[in-house]
Design a protein around this ligand. Structure first.
Ligand code: GLA
Length: 747
């Protein structure tokens, strides 16, 4: 057995964060401990966490080379030493294809580098060699150095002992006497074992049609997932999953997966090289990137998180959900459950005013709503999307006495109060723009392209950052507000920063997002009772970076309950139902004129954080009663739905007729089954549903929220029965749905 010269064993890494907490005293299951070893004899670093082992070593060239990433190995299994792959031709010299942990562009390298830079004197050669390491409560820190160039890269590895998810980031420092410019900087590269049968899953979409799941073969060459839009975007989401063999089973198969914690332009690039080595490199998008470092300056990359499972894509998603809930969210490890909310947007649009909002609040409270949110239109001269953004003062025509009467009313009705803001934007028709036309992203003397009649404030500027922080701080200080819906409704164009020298301007890609995070962080500190939702015209800003500073996200403006099944399914590949808001709105739906029953709409929205966005003042007493039934039923199951283990039983992707999910409570005492039929299939039966994740020896009684099982279904049966025999549901007609709850009986 190799000698471990440095060991850190932590049960609950980021929470305990102390050397004195080891696997035994924290009492996690053996598999859940995290440890980091350095084997000096073989120069191998090894991370064991959850059900994974991750190892890399220092090879003969001094480069850091990935050795293993997969299921957990026995402690005395040998990994390493690191030997660069053999090369057979002069075109691929030794070292050119080494699966490096973090490669600089220089020397013989032909694989995609993690870091490319140039010095003021034109030198572009960078060869990063291992220098030193440190293991502390935050994880593993490695220093790489190009001694001649005088550049260091500090690699940081954080480890979650429960999920085996490893976080990696880099800090690039210029110790030279001349400035250097970074042309591209990744957070990390993840090297997979060489193979030719990998397949990639990723997410793609557009406004009102986000979260489509796509699959493609990994072949020689590159696949790039990215956003060049300045923010996360919905064209691709910064998440990937790669499966070996292409079978993509929910509960079987080796899956490597990961997500980038960054809300600006990003890229995740999947390369298969000439030796069939597959490498996933993620970080700042190299497109239009340039970041100048003067002597003594440093740049930190975002964190690229990744995990592995041999139990299929379903388990990969559950590990992500658990990681987000227990490690990423601001309220981790035990985030509050999402309250049932009402939002006025689809009911009133910009025509908000005090009496009508009060009537809506009264009705919402009667239905069982817990949070009342007033959307766009309450501020400045905001009567449409043509004016007012930037002027965060209450519109006195709509609210003559300010927001206080409405807020008091909402609180009096027992609900918390929330409000919509879009702080990073400005309408040219606003007092703010008239005063500060130079505050927007722009190139001197060029057009300023508008999107939804608005321009993007250059949050990278200190004065703009301070204005935005102060405006929101004032709003929250003067009003008793519990929730902000933080919107962001366009992409960047003409991303110039004319006040800086030309070689500094592209820093905007980094500094803008750093300032956004800084504002959110400071607001949370100053107003700890306030929760925040990340919305970007729907789901265009959902990533692990924004999730660390917000409590929930809005996946899509598309509220059609049938479309929403695919949207929510796609979302669930990467992100937890704990943050996924979903509203019940009107029928026919504004997106596609589709008509659906209130039952179908509620059951679809109950898959995440339930909200209502309908014209509830027009609801009949029968509709009120239906809503009351579902809201009460939801409160009973929401802990399971939001924070339980999600099993995707039938996939609605590719407009499939069926969709079914099951959520199992953390303590196993409850399971919730939702089943949907988008379109009746002649006289065919609905597919038998096999439950998952139950205790086979326990007994579970089922009850219906809506819909029926086929005659003969027992009221009580073992977990084994529900998982092996399954359950048949009476679902036949178009847009039919069922919601069933299974409760464990006895102990
Ligand atoms: C965006 C959001 C909507 C709504 C409008 C208001 O489109 O996604 O939910 O808040 O802005 O203008």
């Amino acid at each position: 057995m190799s000698k471990a010269v440095a060991v850190l064993a932590l049960g609950v890494w980021s929470v305990c964060g102390s050397l004195s907490i080891d696997a035994k005293s924290a009492k996690p299951q053996a598999q859940q401990a995290a440890s980091i070893h350095y084997d000096e004899a073989h120069r191998v670093f090894r991370i064991d966490a959850g059900k994974i082992t991750y190892a890399f070593g220092v090879n003969g060239d001094g480069a850091l080379q990935t050795l293993y990433w997969g299921s957990r190995l026995a402690q005395d299994d040998p990994v390493g030493p690191a030997v660069p792959p053999k090369s057979w031709s002069s075109f691929d010299s030794i070292g050119a294809n080494t699966p490096q942990e973090y490669a600089g562009w220089g020397g013989p390298i032909t694989v995609m580098p993690d870091l490319k830079l140039h010095f003021a004197d034109g030198n572009r050669d960078l060869i990063l060699r291992y220098d030193s390491y440190k293991i502390d409560k935050d994880g593993l820190h490695i220093s790489l150095r190009d001694a001649k160039a005088n550049v260091t890269v500090g690699l940081r590895y954080t480890v979650d002992g429960d999920t085996g998810i490893v976080g990696r980031s880099a800090r690039i420092e210029n110790h030279a006497t001349q400035a250097l410019t970074i042309d591209s900087a990744a957070a990390a590269s993840w090297n997979l074992p060489p193979a030719t049968d990998y397949s990639l899953r990723y997410l793609t979409g557009t406004w009102a049609s986000e979260w489509h799941v796509r699959t493609r073969q990994v072949t020689p060459g590159a696949t790039v997932l990215e956003s060049r839009r300045g923010s996360t975007g919905d064209e691709n989401n910064p998440w990937f999953a790669i499966e070996r063999g292409g079978a993509w089973n929910e509960s079987h198969g080796r899956v490597w997966f990961g997500a980038l914690a960054w809300s600006g332009s990003w890229s995740i690039r999947i390369d298969q090289d000439v030796l069939n080595q597959v490498r996933v490199t993620g970080g700042y998008n190299p497109f239009d990137f340039s970041y100048r470092l003067k002597p003594g300056e440093a740049l930190d990359t975002p964190v690229f998180y990744a995990g592995y499972t041999d139990a299929g894509i379903g388990e990969a998603s559950r590990l992500m959900h658990q990681f987000e809930t227990t490690r990423v969210l601001p309220q981790a490890p035990r985030p509050k459950l999402r309250p049932v909310l009402y939002n006025s947007w689809e009911a009133t649009e910009f025509k908000v005013n005090e009496p009508e909002q009060e009537r809506l609040a009264e009705k919402a409270a009667k239905l069982g709503v817990e949070r009342f949110v007033i959307d766009d239109g309450w501020f400045g001269a905001r009567n449409s999307d043509h004016a007012g953004l930037g002027d965060w003062t209450v519109n006195r025509e709509k609210f003559p006495n300010g927001l206080k009467p409405l807020i008091d009313k909402v609180h009096g009705l027992g609900m918390s109060f929330g409000i919509w803001v879009e702080p990073e934007m400005v309408n040219p028709d606003s007092d703010l723009y008239r005063k500060h036309p130079d505050w927007v992203l722009n190139f001197e003397g060029r057009q300023r392209t508008e999107g939804r009649n608005q321009l993007v404030l250059n949050l990278a500027r200190d004065d703009v950052r301070d204005y935005v922080f102060d405006a929101l701080d004032q709003l929250l200080s003067k009003n008793d507000i519990q929730f902000l819906k933080w919107d962001y409704n366009r992409n960047w164009t003409e991303p110039g920063w004319p006040q800086l020298s030309p070689e500094e301007q592209q820093k905007v890609y980094v500094v803008y997002v750093q300032h956004l995070y800084d504002i959110l962080r400071r607001l949370r500190e100053r107003h700890p009772g306030v929760e925040i939702e990340s919305c970007s015209g729907g789901g265009a800003r959902v990533d692990l970076g924004i999730m660390g500073l917000t409590d929930e996200v809005w996946p899509s403006d598309n509220t059609d309950p049938s479309d929403r099944l695919s949207i929510q399914d796609g979302f669930s590949y990467a992100y937890a139902p704990a943050v996924m808001m979903s509203w019940v709105t009107g029928s026919p739906n504004w997106v596609n004129e589709r008509q659906s029953s209130l039952d179908f709409r509620f059951l679809s929205s109950m898959q995440g954080g339930l909200g209502i966005g309908a014209k509830i003042l027009e609801w009949t007493s029968a509709e009120d009663a239906t809503a009351q039934h579902y809201i009460a039923a939801y409160k009973d199951i929401r802990a399971t739905v939001q924070q339980g283990r999600l099993y995707r039983l039938l996939s609605p992707q590719e407009r499939a007729p069926y969709s079914a999910t099951e959520s199992v409570a953390a303590d196993g005492a409850q399971a919730v089954l939702f089943a949907f039929l988008r379109q009746g299939q002649e006289a065919q039966a609905y597919p038998t549903l096999y439950l998952q994740g139950l205790d086979p020896n326990a007994r579970y009684r089922y009850r219906s929220i809506h819909g029926e099982a086929m005659p003969g279904t027992p009221a009580v049966a073992s977990g084994a029965y529900w998982m092996s025999h399954g359950i048949d549901l009476k679902l036949r007609s178009d847009l039919d749905a069922a919601g069933l709850v299974f409760e464990r009986v006895g102990s």
